[in-house]
Design a protein around this ligand. Structure first.
Ligand code: GLU
Length: 457
């Protein structure tokens, strides 16, 4: 079988991390089976859809490297084909015109709710009379009223429902626009979708949508309804659990690779292992391994994965990310300094944007320590710093010589490294915590180092 999947977001806001995970599953499943992965923008609700939201979807998919390489489908452009199908169902007797006025419909709704029965309009059995010829109507699907419908969902398992619980859903509105329930099925068929992989909030819809497919003798796709993402407290993921927009994680300094890997592991696991780059994930991915219960979004785990990825990525790649993000314009010497110290600096952060705190001491020539308490310490130790500065000024610049020079000072003054190390670190970086001191001195170079040690606080 030639597998075709689709990611079908509604462009009504930002790309949610749950949507991004659905996209990843669709992408990987198609890739694994050398099939096609398509993206369909479900922009039928013109009031709620926006250009901005469409942009956000592409931005998010591009960031994760999982946008479709095929033409993007915009559902609203297929309206005519949806309307045609509504009328085909009508002609074949699988749908009917319903002329209920809004107050009549409201009464029917209340009655159905009170009795726990699905909405079936009296027009299901009525014949259209001449007096109704020019009246407004909607088209409803005539759901089978007896028998059962079974879906063998790849994730949820085999589920059977009684058809009598299905309501005669509207497929074409009175303004002649198709509903999502119709459009989605028609597009899936037109696009040749073989596997529908989506959130399990659509599982109920599948039992209703499949009736259209059966009436028209179309191919029934495979279904895989994946559980939604919850917060650690078990409640459905919402803003109170942290950012829910995928791209916010980009802005916060997470890498695309870590985000991909983490989202993939949310609700899916092959091995208890956390490095899933796209190629490896493609080999291992199966829908059968998607968990049936909701996944819990755990920021700590994402942070761990992100910091792990920052440390296994090529230094040049992380460097590029940072330079682009902070629009740094560095001269050759500064570039070298940054790249040399980057592996050490990355060990200390969860997200690369945290490195912003390091930029001043790394690159500013007229740098001075800004912390008042630390300034005081430097003032009290200015002679020591000056003396070390004088020694370093004479030093032939190599890591080895710098180390020897510091050791010589310690030895000659009967000190230990603890007596000079913390003070040098503050003077050079303005911090009490930083990468290896000798590397810092070496990378800053003689002039900058000596200037900082001589700074008059
Ligand atoms: N547009 C729907 C949504 O964003 C998805 C529909 C589907 O996958 O069938 O929830």
């Amino acid at each position: 079988m030639d597998v075709v999947t689709r990611f079908a977001p509604s462009p009504t806001g930002y790309l949610h991390i749950g949507g991004a995970r659905t996209a990843i599953f669709n992408y990987l499943f198609a890739k694994k089976h050398s099939g096609k992965y398509l993206v369909r923008i479900e922009d039928t609700d013109k009031k709620r859809s926006s250009e901005e939201a469409i942009k956000a979807i592409h931005q998010g998919l591009n960031w994760l490297n999982i946008n479709s390489k095929y033409k993007i489908v915009y559902q609203s452009q297929n309206f005519n084909s949806h309307i045609k199908v509504a009328y085909e169902l009508l002609e074949k007797g699988f749908a009917y015109k319903c002329f209920l006025k809004s107050d009549e419909l409201e009464k029917l709704r209340i009655k159905s709710r009170e009795n726990g029965i699905p909405i079936k309009s009296p027009w299901r059995k009525k014949k259209e009379q001449d007096e109704y010829k020019n009246k407004e109507f909607v088209i409803r699907l005539k759901m089978p009223s007896d028998g059962t419908t079974t879906i063998n969902d790849i994730v949820q398992g085999k589920v059977t429902i009684k058809n009598e619980i299905l309501d005669d859903m509207v497929i074409l509105r009175s303004d002649n626009t198709p509903t999502y329930m119709l459009s989605s099925v028609v597009d899936d068929n037109d696009m040749g979708i073989t596997h529908i992989i989506r959130g399990d909030d659509h599982f109920n819809n599948a039992f209703r949508q499949i009736q259209i497919i059966k009436y028209l003798n179309w191919n029934i796709p495979y279904y895989a309804h994946i559980p939604l993402i919850h917060g650690l407290d078990g409640a459905k993921l919402s803003k109170r659990h942290g950012a829910t927009s995928l791209y916010d994680y980009h802005d916060l300094g997470y890498t695309s690779e870590a985000m991909f890997s983490y989202l993939l592991q949310l609700g899916w696991s092959a091995k208890n292992d956390e490095d899933y780059f796209i190629d490896r994930a493609t080999k291992l991915f199966t829908l059968e391994k998607v968990n049936k219960s909701p996944a819990k979004f755990d920021l700590k785990k994402l942070n761990n994965i992100n910091s792990k990825y920052l440390n296994i990525m090529k230094v040049n790649d992380v460097y590029k990310l940072i330079v682009e993000r902070f629009k740094l314009s560095l001269n050759k010497e500064e570039q070298k300094r940054f790249k040399s110290l980057l592996p050490e600096l990355l060990k200390r952060v969860k997200v690369y944007t945290d490195l912003e705190d390091e930029f001043d001491w790394l690159f500013q020539h007229d740098f001075f320590c800004k912390d008042k308490n630390l300034q005081l310490k430097l003032q009290n130790n200015k002679f020591l710093l000056k003396e070390i500065g004088s020694l370093l000024k004479e030093c032939e610049w190599s890591m080895e010589n710098i180390k020897n020079c510091l050791n010589q000072y310690i030895f000659e003054n009967s000190l230990t490294f603890k007596d000079i190390g913390p003070m040098l670190r503050i003077a050079l970086t303005g911090k009490t915590n930083s990468p290896d001191l000798v590397s810092i001195i070496y990378e800053l170079g003689c002039t900058i180092t000596v200037n900082r040690l001589n700074y008059k606080y």
